[in-house]
Design a protein around this ligand. Structure first.
Ligand SMILES: N[C@@H](CCC(=O)N[C@@H](CS)C(=O)NCC(=O)O)C(=O)O
Length: 215
């Protein structure tokens, strides 16, 4: 079956899907959609994803968009280990909440189109844009650190001792936080988990610096 990930090396949403595909051992090709050049708004890409955002994953005949939906699809369509979500509705809800704290509450505020809008039409300076960018990470990471550090279900990874959906969302966000030199010392649990993930080949291979379109 043909499997093609349309992404961009620096896109954290595409980075999530790369990690999941690697963890699941699912072979795939990659097509680069150059976000800085605006290729996500070209007709050819809009035909795949009318939202004009990466990632989009072609899995056989299915064209999938929205990384949280793709991650859950991969776990359902390929349920062989490792599972990205734990057993039990309460634990599943916890992992989804950790993932959503990143994917729904931090990341959308710092998306390229948002940054372009505040710098363009709203006239924010580069300095103000960086303050905006870091503000939402700090606010989100403070809460996430408390959610992780204060819960005995946190293990080597966000939930127990194997990586899953929450780690997949966390690691790209930690990578993004380095872009404007944010100090991560106040988030020791987040850092510890990100380091544990960084020891795994699935995460290493998905890293932006390892992608064919890396600049
Ligand atoms: N909720 C979407 C967000 C996807 C997203 O924000 N993609 C970014 C890259 S990380 C993008 O394509 N941005 C294009 C733009 O801002 O023009 C998902 O998780 O897939």
């Amino acid at each position: 079956m043909t499997r093609v990930l349309h992404g961009y090396f620096r896109s954290s949403a595409a980075y999530r899907v790369r990690i999941a595909l690697n963890l699941k051992g699912l072979e795939h090709d990659q097509v680069s959609v150059h976000l800085r050049k605006g290729e996500q708004r070209a007709a050819a890409f809009l035909a795949l994803n009318p939202q004009g955002m990466v990632p989009a994953l072609a899995d056989g005949d299915a064209m999938l968009t929205q990384s949280p939906a793709i991650l859950e699809y991969l776990d359902e369509a390929y349920p062989e280990t490792p599972r990205l979500l734990p057993d039990g509705p309460v634990d599943r809800a916890r992992v989804r909440a950790l993932a959503a704290a990143v994917a729904c509450d931090i990341h959308p505020l710092n998306n390229l189109r948002v940054l372009k809008y505040i710098q363009g039409p709203l006239g924010c300076t580069q300095e103000a844009m960086i303050a905006w960018y870091n503000h939402w990470i700090v606010e989100g990471f403070m809460a996430l650190e408390a959610m992780l550090a204060g819960d005995s279900r946190t293990g080597r990874f966000c939930h127990g001792d194997s990586p899953g959906l929450a780690d997949i969302c966390l690691v790209p966000q930690v990578f993004n936080s380095a872009r404007h030199a944010l100090d991560l010392a106040p988030y020791p649990t987040i850092l510890r988990i990100a380091e544990a993930c960084g020891e795994l080949e699935a995460f290493q291979t998905a890293h932006p610096s390892r992608q064919p379109d890396s600049e």
